[in-house]
Design a protein around this ligand. Sequence first.
Ligand code: HEC
Length: 147
Amino acid sequence: MPQDDEGMKRIWIATLLTAVSLTACMNLTVLKDEPVDFVSDVKPLLESRCLECHQQSYEFAGLNLETKALAMKGGRSGPVIVPGSPHQSLLYKVLLLGHNNPVAMPPTPERLEREHQQVLHDWIQQGAKWPDGVRLVPPQDWKKSRS
Ligand code: HEC
């Protein structure tokens, strides 16, 4: 029957479209779930963009990100990293704030690039792993630590 053919065609098209969009979603998920490595991905990012002001000598908002213990302790508002929940983590949320917000980080006109925001997002989402003994070096001390 011609009408049934038409119906079959529609079902086929619908199935195909679903398959295509499912594949697209899966690709996105795979990209997002790429494991983040603290030492090669997160450490240089925090050091170059955040450590200038969040370390022993300039502990703005009481937040020192030099060691795992200090970073997990957080700042004046309490913990800033909630492993597994970037959207509950102040360390990530401040990156998304608009520039007119005084707590937008970094407070300089150069905001973090989208891909760098994503690195911190994925790092927290994946449990905020920070290998024992790895210490971040503030830019002020880069020369000293290299010599
Ligand atoms: C130029 C200095 C500077 C840099 C660079 C900087 N911060 Fe800050 N940060 C501040 C200051 C100042 C405050 C307090 C802001 C306020 O409340 O007025 C602050 C506050 C914060 C807070 C809130 C802490 C709390 O407990 O309330 C977080 C989280 C934070 N910064 C994360 C970051 C991150 C992540 C980066 C890097 C992407 C960064 N900051 C880079 C100066 C800086």
